[in-house]
Structures are given as C-alpha cells and as structure tokens.
Ligand binder design. Sequence first.
Ligand SMILES: CC(C)(COP(=O)(O)OP(=O)(O)OC[C@H]1O[C@@H](n2cnc3c(N)ncnc32)[C@H](O)[C@@H]1OP(=O)(O)O)[C@@H](O)C(=O)NCCC(=O)NCCS
Length: 207
Amino acid sequence: MKRKLVRVFCYCFYYFFSRYLPRNSWAGGRFWNALRAIPCRHLFAECGSPLFVDRMVDFGMGDKIHIGNHSGFGENVRLIGEIYIGDYFSTSINVFVTAYSRETGRTDIPMQIQGKRPDKPVFLGDDVVLFANSIVLPGVKIGRGAIIGAGAVVSKSVPSWAVVVGNPAKVVSFRNTPEEDAYGRGMIPIACQLPERSAPAQDVEGA
Ligand SMILES: CC(C)(COP(=O)(O)OP(=O)(O)OC[C@H]1O[C@@H](n2cnc3c(N)ncnc32)[C@H](O)[C@@H]1OP(=O)(O)O)[C@@H](O)C(=O)NCCC(=O)NCCS
C-alpha cells in the first residue's frame, strides 16, 4: 500500500511538475535531472544508476520499462509498452519507441474499435544510441553498440555494432566486427537476465 502511494506521488510529481523543468544541458542540469530521475526510479519496473531523463519524456506508467546503468533519454522521447534497455544506452531528441500496436486486420469494422495487438517487447542493448527523430517499432531487438541514425524507422532487428539509417532502416556500416552471436549478451540487456530484479513490476497495479 505504501509503495502504491509512493508511486502515485511520483507519477503526479513527474507528470505535473518535474518533466517541465529546464533541460539537462541548461545551468543546474544535474539538479533538474535529479528531480526527474528520482520519481522515475519509483515508476520503472527496473532502474539502474545513474539515470538521465531530459525534459518532456513520456513513458506512461513506466511499469514495463526495464533500464540498466548509465542510461537515459533525451528531450521529448516517447516510450510505450514493454521495453528492455541495457547499460550506457542513450537517445537524442524526439525518439519514439513502441512495443504496442493496434489491430488492423479486419475490414468489416472500423480500425478504431479493433483494439490493441498483444505487446511485442522491444530490446535495446548496451551502448546503443538512437539519434534524433528515430522510431523503433514493436518486437525490434537492437544489438550492443548499434547506432540508429537520425530519422530512421527501425522495423527489423539490428545486429550488434551496426550503423543503420533510413526508412525502413538499413545497415550502412559496422562500428566493429559483428559478433558471431549478434543476438547474444549485448542483445538481451542485463536487466532482463536477472529475474530477481523483475519483482517490482507486480507492485504497479492500480497505481
Ligand atoms: C547515423 C550517423 C551517426 C552516421 O554517421 P556516419 O557513420 O559518419 O555516416 P556517414 O555520414 O559517413 O554516412 C554514410 C551514408 O549514410 C547516409 N546517412 C547518414 N546518416 C543518415 C541518416 N540519418 N539518414 C539517412 N541517410 C544517412 C549518408 O548520406 C551516407 O550515404 P552515402 O554513402 O550514399 O554518401 C549520422 O549520420 C546521424 O544520423 N547522426 C545523428 C545526428 C543527430 O541526430 N544529432 C542530434 C544531436 S545528438
């Protein structure tokens, strides 16, 4: 019960107050960041340290967000659904990551009332950067050390160390020799390899 109240308080503090504070790059940035990161810590299912949250980031309830250490989000980033993020992950501004999509298969009823598709979790590996205005679609896994170029729309999984650009995003180069197991450790963030760290997720219902 106490945990639920803390979550409600953090949710209100973040969405009605701290997300509007100045950006992290302005004077006093560490302070503004702390006022955002502290409530986020209570809202995310798992959260490493330090956490960087720039202004106007929107992650809904945040109860399906798992994030490792030294990671964070740039200004105006939007996250929807179940998302697993590794260590040293970062984004530029206006990035959109979604595990959620809507049903569109039927033509006998409007799409508006076809409901949602089951979430397809998104995995963003260690040391990944999503540059400005990039979009990551449901079910995508991005391997360790990959770069997603500005404006890219990522609809398929990305191997470790790849640089991808465009819509649909295509690999243009590799920063390093692709690992034999491109979907190995770097693909599955540490956060989701440790089941005992998943426990807080159950505390969020109704918060
Ligand atoms: C993805 C990125 C890092 C690639 O940089 P790079 O490895 O130096 O790549 P290059 O500049 O050599 O470009 C390689 C090719 O991809 C193309 N390309 C690069 N970035 C692209 C992008 N975002 N979208 C589409 N094509 C792109 C280039 O035109 C070039 O094509 P060519 O080989 O036909 O000439 C960079 O272009 C980018 O998107 N930076 C994001 C900047 C940003 O968002 N800044 C916000 C502040 S953090």
